[in-house]
Design a protein around this ligand. Structure first.
Ligand SMILES: Cc1cc2nc3c(=O)[nH]c(=O)nc-3n(C[C@H](O)[C@H](O)[C@H](O)COP(=O)(O)O)c2cc1C
Length: 198
């Protein structure tokens, strides 16, 4: 089994979303010894925001692309190849301003390519990245799984929709939440890890 770990926190070893991801990966590897892990760190190897060159390259057939367009499309090709090669994705999601960090949004923008990762058919949109299992390792200062702040979690509904649009519908959410609340912080990470059955 190949696991793709996507890191979106810039906080290195301190990061809760990375530690929660690691806890999930440890469980996956215990269940399936010999599994390999490929790490894509979006803080140290970011995907650029979509610029004109990327968009032009997407809509130019491969054989007609200029050297600049070939370079521009390389990011997207790389993102897609890494995901297609994986059986399981473990995506760390630091909760930023009620949504995902822009680094994660950029990665998804490069992953979303008409004709390659989704297409429109007579019956509507069809995701072309199929057969993947996805774990979201969400870390947040507040509590969003229940209670008054629940409606303001724009990260997990967006990720559910976006990953599903690309064909990845088997998504499990694990949360380390309440990290800024002294009464919840000490147990939040372990609770998140324990919530995942692999
Ligand atoms: C820029 C920024 C924005 C944040 N926005 C929110 C937020 O909207 N809601 C929340 O509950 N926590 C918020 N937090 C707290 C983070 O979710 C929390 O620190 C989490 O541990 C970050 O993930 P990490 O430890 O993997 O870096 C924010 C933190 C930062 C740095």
């Amino acid at each position: 089994m190949q696991i793709l770990q996507v890191i979106a926190s810039a906080r290195g070893a301190e990061s809760y979303s990375t530690r929660l991801s690691q806890g999930i990966i440890n469980k996956l590897r215990a269940a399936q010894p010999g599994s390999t892990v490929v790490v894509r760190n979006l803080a140290t190897q970011p995907f650029p925001h979509l610029e004109e060159a990327h968009l032009q390259a997407y809509f130019t057939p491969a054989e007609g692309r200029s050297p600049e367009q070939q370079e521009a499309v390389r990011h997207s090709d790389e993102a897609i190849a890494q995901v297609l090669a994986a059986d399981v994705l473990v995506i760390g999601v630091p909760f930023y301003n009620f949504n995902v960090p822009s680094s994660l949004k950029s990665w998804l923008d490069h992953l979303t390519r008409a004709g390659l990762t989704f297409r429109y058919s007579a019956t509507g949109p069809e995701g072309l990245i199929k057969g993947k299992k996805v774990y979201l390792a969400v870390a947040s200062g507040g509590v969003y799984s229940e209670g008054p702040m629940q409606p303001y979690d724009f990260a997990t509904p967006y990720l559910h929709w976006m990953l599903g649009f690309l064909g990845m519908t088997d998504v499990t959410v694990a949360r380390a939440e309440g990290l800024k609340l002294p009464e919840l912080e000490p147990t939040a990470l372990q609770k998140g890890i324990d919530s995942v059955a692999v």
